[in-house]
Design a protein around this ligand. Sequence first.
Ligand SMILES: Nc1ncnc2c1ncn2[C@@H]1O[C@H](COP(=O)(O)OP(=O)(O)OP(=O)(O)O)[C@@H](O)[C@H]1O
Ligand SMILES: [Mg+2]
Length: 239
Amino acid sequence: MTRVRTGIPGFDDIIDGGLVPTSTTMVVGPSGSGKSIFGLQYLYAGATQYDEPGILVTLETRPAEIRRIATSFGWDIELAEASKTLVLIDAASSKAGLPTSEKHALRRGFDLANLAEEIYHTVEEINAKRLVIDSLHGLGLRFSDPYEIRSEIFRLSALLNELGLTSLFIYESGLSDSLELVTSGHFIPQGLVLFRVHDDGGSFNRSLIVWKLQYSSHSMNWHRFFIDENGFHVDASKR
Ligand SMILES: Nc1ncnc2c1ncn2[C@@H]1O[C@H](COP(=O)(O)OP(=O)(O)OP(=O)(O)O)[C@@H](O)[C@H]1O
Ligand SMILES: [Mg+2]
């Protein structure tokens, strides 16, 4: 099977070469664990290395801040935007009731139907292959009503898969409850990656595990990962 290479050093090695095309993978972990950087790097690698344009739906961070984060890793996101290989959809401003001068934004107010429409037009405009939603919390989906959330996540992921996108859904968990997600009857799309930040005797380390990835013979070990001036990388060797 062909794979969608994430371009995140070490990560493709533990997932059988890359993500399954037109699938959705949930990335779950606590605040500050690196989820947004992971998502941004996936899109930036797609835009600059793999000729796969991508869309970031940003719900909790305004685009100017995203550009600043990208620039801090030396990623020329504005060039990618100018060449239409990366589009930021500003859903954060309308949610917060703030004006925006972004070309891609939800001007008619925030709801899932408006968002789906904006995604649809943007996919057509740039022939997008990748998409990241950062984060599901921002969609107003909370994991308190499992039944409703199940169907919303299912609907959204089915729509994106139909549009030919390989997507990441970012979801923030508490420090310790990411494993609970997988046992509590919540809908999990084709893939699930859990991040954790753990106390290693006085200092905190980050690691991740690929809990589920359909059609893939993936690692089932926790792998340390690191964020430095070049971005995110994973130690693919066994921990
Ligand atoms: N240039 C850098 N060098 C090293 N580490 C960095 C750098 N930039 C950010 N980080 C680390 O990444 C963390 C932020 O990561 P990120 O924003 O992806 O977390 P997140 O999981 O999305 O959090 P939240 O759920 O709150 O949005 C920072 O707290 C810091 O530890
Ligand atoms: Mg984040």
